[in-house]
Design a protein around this ligand. Structure first.
Ligand code: BT5
Length: 327
């Protein structure tokens, strides 16, 4: 582990000040190396404090690379960009360089994408992140990671007081009662779109090479700056959220749900509990036709089970619209 991350972890673990010599000893580096790491963190805006007894963590760690890594209980390293074309694109580049277990985070994206190359609007104030991993699981199970990200995002949103739910396969919505007259079109009937997920991967039939799960959450953004039908955490709760804390919850939850083969088995039950789609009338555009009926369940590795009236169908991908019961 690099000295900076070890230093951040040490400051997060300790209540009181930690002395330079004690840090040097526990990290196994020279005192000069500790001092250099402290200076580097300060330059990035992570204002490590000094007291006669030693170093202390800043009161407000900030939304920055060291701020996000501070106290993060997940094994990912963090790279942060004020502005970037797309965190997914950057994560793919890192994958090509051989990296793994990295969270790429940005304050603003200028060329971000949704599924099918659709434009994703990502102004400053959002949570735009992509997690690069190399899970040792068969390629067919990759969709589970999208579902896990939706669960993690929903939990992080709920922690801020916003009652988020999942729309199959990859949207996190707010609202969505059948009689919700404020619902917009872009989100599909019955909910305002808070977040979207785009998973990209490379692999062979039996093993995933790398997996990039990109999550876009409208955090502290005025919905006026977003497409119609979109909402944000700040608009829903009437005040800004601590994005650092939000990212920590999201990454920790995601790591928890994807960290082992046994953990993967817990994703579908967690997804069902948070799903808005199950029990609803749906129309799914699969790209080569429509499937209409009642969504009755989700099945491995993330297929929606739809009762069409003429039997049950498993739909693996597509755009899902929630219909009113009468339609
Ligand atoms: C998605 O696509 O919902 C996946 C979005 C993934 C974005 C993240 S941000 C971090 C990472 N880096 C990237 O470049 N991408 C990922 P889809 O289901 O295709 O929905 C796209 C549609 O959502 C658009 O056609 C718009 O109608 C709408 N949309 C665009 N920006 C939005 C926003 N900020 N909030 C809500 N809806 C939006």
């Amino acid at each position: 582990m690099d000295t900076r991350r070890a230093l951040l972890d040490a400051l997060a673990a300790d209540d009181g000040p930690v002395s330079g010599p004690a840090l040097a000893e526990s990290l196994g580096v020279s005192r000069a190396a500790v001092w250099k790491a402290v200076e580097a963190l300060r330059e990035e805006g992570f204002a490590v404090g000094s007291t006669p007894e030693g170093y202390v963590a800043p009161d407000d760690p900030g939304y920055s690379e060291p701020g996000i890594a501070f106290g993060l209980d997940a094994h990912h390293s963090v790279t942060y960009h004020e502005r970037i074309a797309s965190t997914n694109e950057r994560a793919r580049e890192l994958a090509a360089e051989g990296a793994t277990d990295v969270a790429v985070v940005a304050d603003e994206q200028t060329g971000s994408r949704g599924r099918l190359d659709r434009e994703w609007v990502a102004p400053s104030g959002g949570v735009w992140l992509s997690v690069l991993t190399r899970p040792d699981v068969p390629t067919v199970r990759a969709p589970l990671f999208t579902l896990a990200a939706a669960v993690a995002t929903t939990d992080a949103a709920r922690e801020t007081g916003v009652d988020a739910r999942i729309k199959w396969p990859n949207d996190v919505l707010v609202g969505g009662d059948a009689d919700d007259s404020e619902s917009g079109d872009a989100a599909g009937r019955g909910g305002r779109k808070l977040a979207g997920i785009l998973t990209e991967m490379e692999g062979e039939a039996d093993r995933i090479g790398w997996l990039v799960v990109g999550v876009g959450v409208n955090a502290n953004i005025d919905p006026e700056a977003l497409p119609e039908g979109a909402t944000s955490l700040s608009a829903e709760r009437g005040g800004p959220v601590d994005r650092r804390r939000f990212v920590a919850t999201l990454l920790e939850r995601f790591a928890d749900l994807t960290g082992s083969p046994e953990a993967l088995d817990r994703i579908l039950p967690a997804w069902r509990e948070r799903a808005d789609t199950i029990g609803r009338r749906v129309r799914i555009d699969t790209g080569d036709g429509f499937v209409e009926g009642t969504a009755v369940d989700v099945a491995e590795p993330g297929a929606l089970v739809v009762d069409t009236g003429e039997g049950r169908r498993r739909v693996h991908a597509g755009d899902c619209e929630h219909l009113r019961d009468a339609e």
